[in-house]
Design a protein around this ligand. Sequence first.
Ligand code: PLP
Length: 258
Amino acid sequence: MARGAERALPRLPNRMSSLLAKSLARIKPSATIAVTDAARQLKADGHDVIGLGAGEPDFDTPDHIKAAAAEAMRAGKTKYTAVGGIAELKQAICDKLQRENGLAHAPDEVLVSPGGKAVVYNAMMASLNAGDEVVIPAPYWVSYPDIVRLAGGTPVLLEAGHEQGFKLGAAELAGALTARTKWVILNSPSNPTGAAYTHAELAALLAPLSDHPQVHVLSDEIYEHLVYGDFAFTSAARAAPDWRRARSPSMASPKPSP
Ligand SMILES: Cc1ncc(COP(=O)(O)O)c(C=O)c1O
């Protein structure tokens, strides 16, 4: 670069604003990261703080899991896998769904993704068109509305306050559905409230969806094992099995790209 040429370059913020996609203006920086960073800073400043931001266990990854990962790498399992997940893992997921959730699925109904956020993101990007509505009960995991906005959809936030145990009733859900509703995102047990629907509550909640065949449910059950006392977790797919099968064929597989 010629001497002095750097002075002629546009300043970084201008370059950034021309670089970034307009769609990024629809979303906000992660509130989870902000609160986690604030807690980290307070700890670094010597304050006694318990961070309730990023959802991470307070224990280390168990040794047998670390050992299995190391062994797999030693055995040369370091290459690209099948895009939807390796066959043994898909079968193990089917076995888990049968054993723990009473759900019978075949491996070709299972898609492995690198984390829960990727599942939600990919599903919204692959399915939403401009103006499609996604019903999200509030309080919600902060990423849901932003992912919907980024994908061009419209989040419809449905307040479920503490007086109703942070859970939606069937009539409230039914009242929020329109011809544009494409998804309802459920999260039970919930981040951030911890509220969890019983089998009966889920069955009642999902019943009105029979009248709306264009509506799909994305049930984020990432915290299924974080339940307490004698509460029994139920998957949404278990609570409304007929409803699930009736919708499956409408998610037509796209043609493979050439
Ligand atoms: C409800 C919920 N779903 C999904 C995720 C993201 O999971 P992952 O870290 O596997 O992407 C989180 C993380 O906080 C979450 O709270």
